[in-house]
Design a binder for this molecule. Structure first.
Ligand SMILES: Cc1cc2nc3c(=O)[nH]c(=O)nc-3n(C[C@H](O)[C@H](O)[C@H](O)COP(=O)(O)OP(=O)(O)OC[C@H]3O[C@@H](n4cnc5c(N)ncnc54)[C@H](O)[C@@H]3O)c2cc1C
Length: 462
């Protein structure tokens, strides 16, 4: 009688949110898995630090958009009692305009009644409602796409700062099709982006879901609770930390050898399939394929990731004049300031600062000012202090500072992004059992990465 071969595990390379989400779903489906990460901690870009003096620092991402899939994952992981929604006190979204913070209108009615936008822009919004579906052939810069719909003022004072806040990028360079596929699709189906928004709200109500944007959430002990819970949901012993994968060698029998290194020692393991959940720069460095006939992902290294420095600053409450009654403030390029934006961290979620203090997170650099992100903390801090003094009435020096540099922060999906996608698709087509997902192709937010992991797992189990 033939003994069936033991099930070879699926290798997941990268234990950020993409890889951990894939691992979680594969483990739930009963698949054997091996997970490798080069760092000492899982979670990738999610880095929460709890300081004994009562500061809770998010050195990477600060908040998570909770769509129904994320809500269901939080419930499955038993994290509901840890989950915290963004405080109603943080509902204002400020934009710096003419050197002062002005609240962005939060609803279509507020858009019409507030004095933030000119009558011309309001009229443009109303006429946008009459646009018919347009089958576009050519991709175009995001700024040109939004300008066609809503005009210059909205690009300058809404899109530009929004893109700095999300991509740390430049709306003139990003691709409308790739950076905001939902808007691209909305135009295709409805013509008008406003009518698409109304239709989507209606559809959500019909499904019994709240019609507004998804809640913004975190966890009492910070975002790192999520990767921690994902790891806890995996079978014991499957996660290898400080394990840098260097090469993936496909074998004639359809299996793979994964070669990884820890502290100078190289290990090779046989697996059934390989999921790559790595950022572009790490993908570019991998050796994939048989010696002499490698498949190169090296061109992914040219996918631009501008540097960002995240500056977590703690102040005595009495030293900040602004009420900090909002999510934070974003800064349009036209304002020529030295920061991309500032999050009012202790207004967003409770227990981010000790009593009598407030915490802010300033983002610096991006494609607008990469030079600033490369400055040492002692040179950057006085520049930011001056900005915060003028914008928020901050007096004196911060009582707590934590600066985190991200030399390659967020991938910029530009007009040539199809070329990167083609390189990835080619590698997958050439090698059976190789699957690639994450920020390089599936979107840049944590919500996108969780979905990318779900998709990767589904491709293996299909
Ligand atoms: C400063 C900053 C702020 C952000 N703010 C937000 C926010 O507020 N909200 C939001 O939704 N998103 C935000 N993001 C984006 C979000 O954090 C990321 O897109 C997401 O966490 C990426 O997850 P990932 O698993 O795809 O990649 P990563 O988190 O980069 O994980 C990849 C993992 O692969 C490992 N690795 C690399 N090379 C190898 C190798 N050769 N072998 C083994 N392992 C390897 C790394 O150690 C890492 O753990 C922010 C990002 C940054 C940088």
């Amino acid at each position: 009688m033939d003994i069936p071969p033991p099930q070879l595990p699926v290798a997941i390379i990268g234990a950020g949110l993409t890889g951990l989400s894939a691992a979680h779903h594969l483990a739930l489906a009963g698949k054997a898995i091996r997970v490798y990460d080069a760092s000492a901690e899982p979670g990738g870009a999610l880095r929460t630090e709890l300081h004994p003096d009562g500061w809770l620092i998010e050195a990477g991402p600060n908040s998570l958009q909770e769509n129904p899939e994320v809500a269901s994952l939080i419930a499955t992981l038993g994290l509901e009692s840890e989950r915290i929604a963004c405080s109603p006190a943080a509902k204002n979204r400020y934009i710096v305009r003419g050197g002062v913070l002005r609240a962005m209108p939060a609803s279509p009615a507020a858009f019409i009644t507030s004095s933030f936008f000119s009558v011309r822009t309001k009229f443009k919004l109303l006429t946008e409602l009459t646009r018919r579906p347009l089958p576009r052939v050519e991709d175009l810069p995001l700024s040109a796409f939004i300008r066609e719909h809503f005009g210059d003022e909205l690009v300058t004072y809404a899109l530009d700062p929004f893109i700095s806040g999300i991509y740390a990028g430049n709306a003139d360079l990003l691709s409308a099709r790739h950076a905001f596929p939902s808007l691209w699709q909305a135009e295709l189906e409805h013509g008008s982006l406003v009518r698409a928004q109304i239709a989507s709200a209606k559809a959500k109500r019909a499904r019994g879901e709240p019609s507004g944007p998804p809640p913004i959430v975190s966890f009492k002990s910070g975002l790192a609770a999520l990767p921690r819970a994902l790891v806890a949901s995996l079978p014991g012993g499957c996660l290898e930390l400080k394990a840098k994968v260097e090469a993936l060698l496909p074998q004639p029998d359809g299996t793979w050898l994964v070669r990884w290194v820890r502290d100078g020692t190289t290990t090779t393991e046989r697996v059934g399939q390989v999921l790559l959940a790595l950022p572009a720069g790490a993908l570019a460095k991998l050796t994939i394929g048989v010696p002499g006939l490698p498949t190169s992902l090296s061109s992914l290294d040219t996918l631009e990731h501008p540097p960002v420095t995240s500056l977590f600053l703690g102040y005595r409450r009495a030293d900040v004049a602004h009420p900090l009654d909002g999510f934070g403030a974003l800064v349009p390029s036209i304002e020529k300031r030295s920061l991309l934006g500032v999050l009012f961290s202790s207004s967003l979620f409770p227990d981010r600062a000790p009593a009598g203090h407030v915490a802010m997170t300033v983002m610096v650099g991006g494609s607008r000012r990469p030079d600033l992100a490369r400055l040492p903390q002692q040179e950057l801090l006085p520049i930011i202090q001056k900005e915060l003094s003028s914008l928020l009435g901050v007096r004196g020096a911060p009582v707590f500072v934590r600066s985190t540099a991200w030399p390659r922060a967020i991938p910029q999906y530009k007009l040539n992004h199809d070329e990167h996608l083609a390189v990835i698709a080619f590698a997958e087509a050439r090698h059976r059992g190789l699957y690639i997902g994450g920020t390089v192709r599936d979107g840049i937010s944590m919500t996108n990465c969780l979905a990318a992991g779900t998709k990767l797992a589904a491709r293996v189990t299909a």
